[in-house]
Design a protein around this ligand. Structure first.
Ligand code: GDP
Ligand code: ZN
Length: 306
């Protein structure tokens, strides 16, 4: 049988098949497969799996069907790749203007991962009713030419809610946002009656503890699915060589062809067109600083590997 993984809770998986849900575990040989050792958890929400049901009604996942795509981050504690969700239409980074104030460096990391994973990223900034003058322009100019789709909205006033609804309808989306940005308020506004409460689950407290992956996919209507990731506060990037980082900044791509060096890390090299555009403020200086910040963290990762 082929089912869809809708919940991951540690080593337990809920598989949905024909509108029924089966608590499942992994067949031993999947765990031994060498490529799975690279991941902190080999199965993710959104995975299509072949599974069987044993006499006690417990599901046993036999194999994972090839993924269309998957979205992952670095599991800091184990140094492995943590797959958050698979087979996505898009990732929605939900932020707010205040409480908490938006953090575009965090969005940049999600965007790099999205571009490298081949998954579209959309930025939704909530609490527009509380935006300071100039903040929407700031965000737009920060992402000029980056290819990022941006929407502003308010769950309170309703402004921009239609676009939010349109953005998520008929798709499978992964929502990433700190607690308090208004995810629950937005979803309840768009789908009244569902009474969705996105609950915060603390990821891991004491040092050395394992990160507990706890991800859940909700079927909102026939064609709309939302995957929530409570507690994703940090976002480490893997599998990007430092000198390739610029390729994942779409706004740097065209100018980089005019850099004297190729590849150019746009950091120290002479005659760097990206740096020239930053000085002219055609590329937002804050976006460039965010780039350097990721660049240095990638270089540090490399150093720690050897
Ligand atoms: P979640 O943790 O992301 O699910 O956030 P909630 O939906 O629980 O909202 C957190 C707080 O922000 C609540 O007190 C909401 O009333 C408030 N809030 C949510 N959306 C808006 C908005 O658009 N404008 C304002 N002013 N407050 C909002
Ligand atoms: Zn350059």
């Amino acid at each position: 049988m082929t089912g869809t993984v809708i919940r991951v809770f540690g080593r337990y998986y809920t598989v949905k098949y024909n509108n029924a849900e089966y608590m499942s575990v992994l067949r031993g040989r999947i765990k031994k497969d060498s490529q799975f050792k690279l991941f902190s958890n080999p199965v993710a929400a959104g995975d299509l799996v072949n599974f069987s049901i044993d006499r006690d009604g417990l599901g046993v996942i036999e194999s994972i069907i090839d993924r269309k795509n998957y979205f992952s981050r670095k599991d800091k504690l184990k140094g492995k790749e943590d797959i958050i969700a698979a087979n996505l239409d898009q990732v929605i980074s939900v932020q707010s203007f205040i409480n908490p104030h938006f953090n575009l460096r965090f969005v940049d990391r999600i965007l790099v991962r999205g571009v490298s994973a081949g998954v579209k990223v959309v930025l939704c900034v909530n609490k527009l009713d509380l935006a300071e003058k100039g903040e929407t322009d700031y965000i737009r100019s920060y992402y000029r030419d980056s290819g990022l789709e941006i929407h502003f909205m308010s769950a309170l006033s309703g402004e921009g809610i239609d676009v939010f609804k349109e953005t998520i309808s008929g798709k499978r989306s992964l929502l990433i946002g700190y607690s308090g940005v208004g995810k629950s308020s937005l979803l309840n506004r768009v789908f009244p009656g569902l009474n969705i409460k996105i609950t915060e689950v603390s990821e891991s407290t004491g040092k050395g503890k394992h990160t507990t992956t706890n991800v859940q996919m909700e079927q909102i209507d026939e064609n709309t699915e939302l995957i929530d990731t409570p507690g994703v506060r940090e976002f480490g990037i893997m599998h990007v060589e430092p000198h390739m980082l610029g390729a994942y900044f779409q706004d740097f791509k065209k100018p980089s062809m005019k850099c004297r060096f190729s590849p150019c890390s746009h950091d120290h090299e002479p005659d760097c067109e990206v740096r020239r555009l930053v000085e002219l403020e055609k590329i937002h200086p804050d976006r460039y600083i965010s780039y350097l910040n990721i660049l240095y963290s990638l270089k540090e990762n490399l150093e720690n590997m050897y």
